[in-house]
Design a protein around this ligand. Structure first.
Ligand code: PCA
Length: 160
């Protein structure tokens, strides 16, 4: 079956912790076929602590690439095809806004095929390009645009 295997597109695992999660404002972009393919795999949390802050005029969530500070951050693992990966890199403003890095994860709930792994590695959109005051902003463990913090995310289309 080398032929069908060679035709299968390369899939990449990504860990999303912000507006791309289920129920959050940008999740639909991963299910727009024009952007490529995405498949939900698991609920997970980062093996290390990172500061997850909501920053800027548009209340954007950022995982600051400062391991060892903040919380172990909760999110979702998706498998995406190359087209979706390119779309997401562009949408997340890689490499100026975020950079895409591998991150170690603890898997909490597995919906993929086969036996559930307890640990995984996936790409995450985190950043070293943060303003000096961002590390002292309140740190979140599980992002929710509609949470009690009141800092609802401004959709890209709604910014002026
Ligand atoms: N989108 C990416 C990074 C931050 C954001 O809002 C995500 O959900 O993981």
């Amino acid at each position: 079956m080398w032929l069908s295997a060679s035709r299968r597109s390369v899939m990449t695992s990504i860990f999303v912790y912000g507006t791309l999660k289920k129920g959050q404002p940008n999740n639909y972009r991963m299910f727009d076929a024009a952007n490529g393919k995405a498949e939900f795999l698991a609920l997970a949390l980062t093996a290390q602590r990172f500061p997850l802050v909501i920053a800027g005029n548009y209340n954007v969530p950022f995982l600051l690439n400062i391991p060892g500070q903040g919380h172990r951050v909760h999110g979702e693992i998706y498998r995406v095809d190359e087209r979706m990966l390119r779309f997401l890199d562009d949408f997340e403003g890689v490499p100026s806004m975020y950079q895409r890095h591998p991150v170690a994860l603890e898997v909490k709930e597995w919906l993929g095929e086969g036996e559930a792994p307890s640990v995984a590695e996936a790409f995450v959109y985190s950043t070293t390009a943060y303003e000096p005051d961002w590390p002292s902003l309140p740190r979140h463990e599980s992002y929710d645009s509609y949470g009690e913090h009141g800092l609802e995310y401004h959709l890209r289309e709604a910014r002026d």
